[in-house]
Design a protein around this ligand. Structure first.
Ligand code: NAD
Length: 236
């Protein structure tokens, strides 16, 4: 039997971090090496054995890190993965272009996967948007994304990913962002022509889908050759 894949969860006290910890048991090939979060006093959470962010360098050995944190915390965990030669899976959005460049550079040394959205539905939507844009030349393309009020970045990383897909198809998308209530995530891509329009919508009703996608990716990324992988490269 293969040894379990040791996972470090970075951003473990957050909404996604807590969901990842809850769902880890669904991937029997994975075992928790460390759950990294700022000190308890800062997070207000009690009773969980978090490894402190300030001691990231002293984290126990791991094979793959899963990072759902903040842009300000991204560089540290990526650097640790590069130093330890481990795989790196990240869903943190709002990264600066410089951080994306560092991620690309790290992919020469380690396997990395960054995705703005870890749901299967959005992976399919991306393909549909590119195909629609290619076919509907000259139509207006607008992307409207809605999220909960605590989301920091706008437009969402997913909206930008869908916009890039539309751009590959020749469209020039515009963006609108709504922040309301506890919406997990909705993305509407609208193509409007003369007298007709098409609306492609993805609604996430539960963040479990993102966590499952990230855990699935982590289980398949660990031990791979260095490179920048896409979620669809790792889907069964
Ligand atoms: P959250 O605010 O609930 O959690 C953020 C986490 O980062 C917390 O655990 C916080 O303690 C931690 N953190 C803050 N500063 C840190 C530091 N210096 N070092 C280490 N950790 C630190 O946010 P969330 O809803 O869990 O989302 C986290 C990120 O994931 C956001 O960027 C969000 O947009 C993104 N996200 C991506 C997807 C996807 O599918 N790619 C899905 C949902 C959320």
């Amino acid at each position: 039997m293969n040894a379990p894949i040791r996972v470090l969860i970075h951003g473990a006290s957050g909404r996604m971090g807590q969901t990842l910890l809850r769902l880890m048991a669904e991937q029997p090939s994975l075992t928790l090496a460390a759950a990294v979060a700022p000190p308890v006093a800062e997070t207000g959470l009690l009773g969980q054995p978090f490894h402190p962010v300030a001691e990231l360098d002293a984290a126990p050995d791991f094979d793959v890190a899963i990072d759902f944190s903040l842009p300000v915390a991204f560089d540290g965990i990526l650097a640790l993965c590069a130093k330890r030669r481990t795989a790196f899976v990240s869903g943190t959005t709002g990264l600066a272009s410089q951080q994306r460049a560092v991620l690309q550079a790290a992919s020469v040394q380690i396997p990395v996967l960054w995705a703005s959205n870890f749901s299967l539905g959005v992976a399919v939507l991306e393909d549909l948007v590119e195909r629609a844009a290619r076919t509907l030349s000259g139509w207006d393309c607008d992307i409207v994304e809605s999220h909960h009020t605590r989301k920091l970045d706008a437009p969402s990383g997913t909206a930008l990913t869908l916009g890039a897909a539309a751009g590959r198809g020749g469209a020039d998308p515009r963006y609108a962002s709504l922040r309301a209530g506890d919406i997990v995530g909705e993305h509407l891509v609208q193509f409007a022509g003369q007298g007709e329009r098409i609306e492609l919508i993805h609604r996430a009703t539960n963040r479990d889908i993102f966590a499952r996608g990230a855990l699935h990716a982590a289980a398949r990324l660990a031990g791979r050759d260095p490179g920048a992988y896409r979620l669809r490269d790792l889907l069964d």
